[in-house]
Design a protein around this ligand. Structure first.
Ligand SMILES: [Zn+2]
Length: 491
């Protein structure tokens, strides 16, 4: 590691010479590609993976990286870069910056701005970082552009800040901390300077680039942004992002005046992806398919997941399966149910709750939860194991291993993920460990009730305590495989 450090320091000293000369054309857009040839570019390995054709750089073939070498001035510290990109289905690619020519393998230096709208699982690995991610540092979880369509990727590096836009929508606002945060996998990512590279990831990945333009910014350019405070939470999140772990708060509501833009701004600042959920059901804001359509329109193309929170038990009859399947995912809880006497209770409302016999109440609650998991077309079971105030203090005694086992088995059998809820600090670590053992998937949720999204502290604590990895986490199912499309209707 130390050796690598010394080498990159040496390289940095050498590059500075070019950097000073290149200040001349600061502030103007310069094309890095002449439209006809790869003059000024150099491939590390498999040069045939890159072709200049009809004004485009075509990347197709075995793994290779095409480095911009220019005419000896290919060193950039602060800059703005933009390129039009088209990816074929399943492709993985990217644009590196602050990197250096390398004869083979994945570039060791610099950062990658990711291109990936739909790459499928490769063996045991599923890449969760989508187009516009600052790879492993600030990951974008929802694909915001489609395959086979041109989109613009634009990025600026100015001092300690990296901004990334896709089609002029800001996805990443990364401010580098003052101290290097130890990486999970042995590689420090620090902003420095260097050149650009285009990636040909593998033989299944076909990607096209055109209008590759750069604008130098002065070496001393910087934004007036303070570096983030590096505490244990920051370090843990950074480590998870580096390890392909989907750090997503899947249960955010635009409540208490919280606007979408405020939510997205918060998401960009923390690096935590959001799933924005609308409450759908009897006496809620959305009560029919038209309401779903209107909501989806308002969220169209946004860089956050769009989720349906299904309310009450009547919801399955209120919306068509076609409308439900348009959400990225659907979740519900068992906080509203009718007991065997037909008494409808919302468990969080004291006046509605009646617990005559605790054991009987628990058995009914477990039966209702299992029925929901078996019958309703949902992706995630949220606020799991929630108990009304009057018995919440007896959680550990009432949630016996047998009762937990029934809920977990139904979740696993139906492919329904279990939310780790930060607001209620549920379920218990014991439940999570049992569920992980049984092969359940998990999501994070704060379930905010006002304009404060809340923190995922409990979720992060459970990741540590229960040893969760990216493979334990929920990922929205692709179109065609959603529960609303494959789960048989309730009898
Ligand atoms: Zn909610």
């Amino acid at each position: 590691m130390l050796k690598k450090f010394l080498l990159s320091t040496l390289a940095a000293l050498t590059w500075n010479v070019g950097s000073v000369m290149a200040q001349d054309n600061a502030g103007t857009w310069v094309s890095l590609f002449d439209g006809q040839s790869l003059k000024g570019w150099k491939a590390g390995e498999h040069p045939a993976s890159f072709q200049a054709k009809a004004g485009q750089i075509v990347c197709a073939g075995p793994r290779a990286h095409l480095f911009y070498v220019g005419d000896g001035q290919a060193d950039f510290k602060n800059f703005e870069l933009k390129a039009d990109v088209l990816a074929r289905p399943g492709a993985n690619s990217g644009i590196f910056f602050h990197t250096a020519f390398q004869a083979a393998d994945w570039p060791e230096q610099g950062f990658e701005v990711q291109i990936n709208n739909s790459q499928p699982r490769q063996g045991n690995y599923l890449e969760l970082k989508k187009t516009g991610s600052l790879y492993g540092v600030r990951n974008q979880y929802k694909a915001v552009v489609h395959d086979n369509e041109w989109f613009q990727l634009r990025m600026t590096v100015r001092g300690n800040q990296v901004l990334i836009w896709v089609n002029e929508m800001l996805l990443v606002d990364y401010v580098e901390p003052a101290e290097a945060v130890p990486p999970a996998k042995g590689r420090y990512r620090r902003l420095s300077h260097g050149t650009f590279a285009l990636q040909c990831h593998d033989e299944e990945s076909e990607v096209y680039f055109k209008n590759v333009m750069v604008k130098r910014l002065p070496d001393d350019a910087r934004n007036n942004v303070l570096p983030p405070v590096v505490d244990d939470t920051y370090r843990q999140i950074a480590g998870l992002q580096d390890a392909n772990f989907p750090v997503v708060n899947s249960h955010v509501h635009l409540k208490g005046g919280l606007t979408l833009e405020q939510a997205l701004d918060g998401s960009r600042k923390t690096g935590i992806g959001y799933g924005i959920a609308v409450n759908c059901g009897l006496k809620f804001s959305v009560t029919n398919d038209a309401g779903i359509e209107a909501y989806l329109q308002s969220m169209k193309g946004q860089p956050a997941y769009v989720a349906m929170q299904a309310e009450g038990r009547e919801w399955t009859h209120m919306f068509s399966r076609e409308a439900i399947a348009k959400f990225d995912y659907v979740f519900t809880d068992s906080m509203t149910f009718s007991d065997d006497d037909g008494r409808r209770m919302r468990l969080w409302i004291k006046e509605e709750v009646e617990v005559k016999d605790k054991q009987k109440f628990m058995d009914t609650l477990v039966r209702r939860a299992v029925a929901i998991l078996n019958e309703e077309p949902i992706d995630i079971y949220v606020n799991p194991t929630f108990l009304p105030d009057v018995i919440a203090g007896e959680y550990d005694a009432l949630w016996t291993e047998e009762r937990m086992g029934k809920v977990i088995a139904a979740a696993v059998a139906n492919g329904v993920a279990i939310e780790i809820n930060a607001r209620y600090r549920l379920p218990s670590p014991k439940f999570i460990k049992l569920a992980k053992q049984a092969g359940a998937k998990f999501s994070f949720g704060t379930n905010n009730t006002d304009n404060n999204v809340g923190d995922i502290g409990y979720c992060l604590a459970m990741v540590k305590e229960c040893g969760l990895t990216w493979e334990d986490m929920f990922v929205p199912k692709p179109a065609g495989q959603k529960p609303a499309q494959v789960k048989p209707a309730k009898p």
